[in-house]
Design a protein around this ligand. Structure first.
Ligand SMILES: [Zn+2]
Length: 326
């Protein structure tokens, strides 16, 4: 295994050799396109901080999903922006809400695209927090156990509207178990749960909050989302969600946590999804717009790194475009 008998450059000499011996291959069907659907829109609205992404109307979300499917994308994850919010986020579980309406339309129009419904309260609460808030001012707190039934109701509403998977992103303790029990009780034993198991309190979520209109009106999300400094804790989060019945687990954001993706994959050998988030996308878009980076090469390198780290499924705003490139 020594030079000159070994020359690692031999297998890199031509494009054909490199193609044949490539270790990690991205495939369109492993990509998931996030889609935002806003109640009451009659045409899509561009999201300024996420060039190329839109808040969709019920009609344009179907067009976007059909385009994704045509490009070979495996799934779409849906986020709703409701017309009205309330302190408890009751709208999240409204069967007539914007996400169930979109799910019904999508299921009819694009039946073989896997539909994932994000489950959280932050788009539906007036305060923008992911759970029910108790107490006031400095004593305000996101109440874990009071939030669970609300999340479970939302998950059931989405499953009944046609979601192929539900994906709780709130990071309350015990929500996977609560959702599993509620789905089973509602006769939805076959609906899988993709849990956002290791979700970090990240600076890279900024643009998403414009898209989902969900910034917290006070405080932050550090009491429930994880500290980016922690990785052992991520394994505990994953273990707990699996024990409660998660069928697949997610690491978010993907790029800053490649080591966590790898450790989760090695330790648990379960399906692992990773979410390349809005800030990761926006950063490359902004640099590319100035001519500082080549968008396509940079995006594919980042996506390949996420797959190489061990992700089986990658949620990315480039999904439809990248499927075309591949
Ligand atoms: Zn949330």
């Amino acid at each position: 295994m020594k030079y000159p008998a070994t020359r690692l450059r031999r297998l890199r000499r031509t494009p054909a050799l490199r193609r044949l011996f490539r270790e990690t291959r991205l495939a369109p069907e492993m990509l998931v396109q996030p889609l935002f659907v806003k109640e009451g829109l009659d045409r899509p609205v561009e999201i300024a901080s996420m060039p190329g992404q839109r808040q969709h109307s019920l009609r344009s979300v179907v067009e976007a999903a059909a385009k994704a499917r045509e490009a070979g994308v495996g799934g779409a994850i849906l986020f709703g922006v409701p017309a009205r919010k309330d302190p408890r986020g009751d709208g999240a579980a409204d069967p007539a809400g914007v996400v169930p309406a979109a799910l019904r339309a999508l299921k009819a129009a694009v039946p073989d695209l896997v539909l994932i419904a994000d489950v959280c309260l932050c788009e539906y609460t007036t305060h923008g927090h992911c759970g029910i808030v108790v107490g006031e001012g400095p004593h305000a707190e996101i109440a874990n156990d009071e939030t669970l039934p609300q999340l479970a109701r939302a998950a059931v509403a989405y499953a009944e509207a046609g979601a192929d998977l539900v994906a709780p992103s709130d990071m309350m303790d015990g929500r996977v178990g609560a959702i599993r029990a509620a789905l089973d009780a509602a006769g939805r034993k076959e609906t899988p749960i993709l849990s956002y198991a290791a979700k970090y309190a990240s600076a890279f979520y900024g643009p998403f909050r414009d898209a989902a209109e969900s910034p917290p009106s006070f405080g932050d999300r550090k009491s429930h989302q994880m500290d980016p400094a922690n990785a052992d804790e991520a394994l505990r989060e994953v273990a707990q969600d699996l024990e409660e019945g998660a069928d697949a687990v997610m690491v978010k954001p993907a790029g800053p946590n490649l080591d966590v993706i790898r450790r989760v994959k090695d330790r648990f050998q379960v399906p692992v999804a990773a979410y390349q988030v809005s800030g990761e996308y926006a950063a490359v878009k902004a640099a590319a717009a100035r001519g500082w980076l080549d968008e396509r090469t940079a995006a594919l390198e980042l996506l390949t790194a996420i797959a190489r780290a061990g992700a089986d499924v990658v949620l990315t705003y480039w999904a439809t475009e990248a499927a075309g490139w591949l």
